[in-house]
Design a protein around this ligand. Structure first.
Ligand SMILES: *Cc1c(COP(=O)(O)O)cnc(C)c1O
Length: 399
């Protein structure tokens, strides 16, 4: 038996089987490419699910982490550390938000956002029965709070009861949101561009109507920018393209480009009227190593003009995917913004993705019928052409 098969067999004997993994053991990466343990090369349009924005094996990124490892990895949040202070400052500057809490993951950032919203409501009226409106088809993570606001009944079913007082509305349907508002509503939460649920960007009108509803009723607008943020949609955070600022924002995934980090950010008003000392904590969140990752990521975004590249490559990818949509009857439409795109098929896409992997192209789905394109943000037109040529071969063979 070859060693790849052996590793996979070993994995299936030891790891909890919560993923149907592709039959490949990855070993290393360089730029836009990944290599498996047999040295086979893959063009990567997944980026570890919208994580590795800067591409693999970026020397400056790696060196910054190595330097920090040799200096100090962890202290606990009882003490200050310089990387966390500068990371918070840079993140404030990039987002225009005022207060930062660092977490270890996206789900944990969502948990913090939920607690913040509930505390904000509690400080207003002393009650503990506030409601949060979330969206159908949303995804916010797998911990109990984040799962409770995730609009996919399949993910929630076996794990009830969820946290209480969550009401689901339809994304991009303002009337549906309005019909869920009560005097207990403390927050409205959604992804600026829905990711796992099928790449649905918020419509500008919807976002603006929800924002003014929130202002009118003193409800907090929480935007989950974990997948769509960090430059992926052509601005540092996707909401910046709409000019609609949230009261609370979550970030993770590309924020650390591989080091597990997340954050929730608040406006000053929410910061002053919600969580206070003793209300929330984390052992690792914002530790020097995690913060060093955020610092170097934000520096390299500027230095390498990442967002300019997203605009250019994103427009090219959009055009190319639109052409594919015209060309193939099995594709219904394209949806997305910048380098977060989905091709909506009228059939399951599992076989196409498997065939692409076989031919050295890594793609992922977003639901059974959608191929999702979330490449590293350093992708070029040449990489997009290379991806298209493999994908077309797969389509010609499979459909
Ligand atoms: C991935 C994701 C999360 C959860 O992040 P984890 O780091 O996996 O906990 C939450 N919200 C959105 C929009 C995501 O894409």
């Amino acid at each position: 038996m070859d060693s790849m098969k052996q590793y996979i067999e070993d994995a299936e004997k030891s790891l909890l089987h919560t993923y149907n993994r592709y039959q490949v053991v990855l070993d290393k990466g360089d730029g836009m490419y990944l290599y498996d343990i047999n040295g086979k090369k893959y063009l990567d349009f997944c980026a570890g699910i919208a994580v590795f924005a800067l591409g693999y094996n970026n020397k400056k990124y790696n060196d910054a982490l190595k330097n920090q490892i040799d200096k100090l990895i962890h202290t606990s949040n009882y003490y200050y550390n310089v990387p966390a202070i500068t990371a918070a400052q840079k993140l404030k500057k990039a987002s225009g938000m005022d207060r930062v809490f660092f977490t270890n993951s996206g789900a944990e950032a969502v948990e913090g956002a939920i607690k913040t919203a509930r505390k904000y409501g509690y400080l207003k009226d002393g009650k503990t029965d506030h409601e949060i409106i979330a969206m159908e088809h949303s995804f916010h993570g797998r911990t109990m709070g984040a799962l409770s606001v995730t609009g996919n009944p399949k993910y929630r079913e076996a794990f009830g009861p969820m946290i209480g007082n969550i009401r689901f509305a339809k994304m991009n349907d303002f009337e549906s949101v309005l019909s869920k508002v009560t005097d207990k509503t403390c927050a409205i939460l959604f992804e600026t561009v829905q990711g796992e649920g099928g790449i649905f960007p918020a419509e500008e009108g919807f976002l603006k109507q929800v924002k003014s509803l929130c202002q009118e009723k003193d409800i907090l607008l929480i935007l989950d920018e974990i997948q769509c943020g960090m430059g992926r949609c052509g601005s540092m955070f996707a909401w910046q393209r709409y000019g609609v600022k949230p009261d609370i924002m979550t970030s993770a995934k590309a924020l650390g480009c591989g080091v597990p980090v997340g954050a929730f950010l608040l406006t000053e008003k929410v910061g002053q009227n919600s969580l206070t000392s003793g209300d929330h904590g984390t052992t690792y969140g914002g530790n020097p190593l995690a913060a060093a990752a955020i610092n170097i990521v934000l520096d390299l975004f500027e230095e390498n003009h990442i967002i300019d590249n997203v605009k250019e490559a994103g427009a090219y990818l959009e055009g190319a995917l639109d052409m594919l949509t015209e060309e193939y009857d099995c594709i219904d439409t394209r949806r997305g913004m910048g380098l977060m795109q989905g091709l909506v098929f009228n059939m399951p896409v599992g076989d196409i993705i498997a065939s692409a992997l076989d031919k050295g192209l890594i793609l992922i789905n977003a639901g059974p019928d959608i191929i999702r394109f979330v490449p590293p943000l350093i992708v070029t037109k040449a990489h997009i052409d290379e991806m298209l040529s493999i994908l077309k071969t797969c389509l010609d063979e499979t459909v």
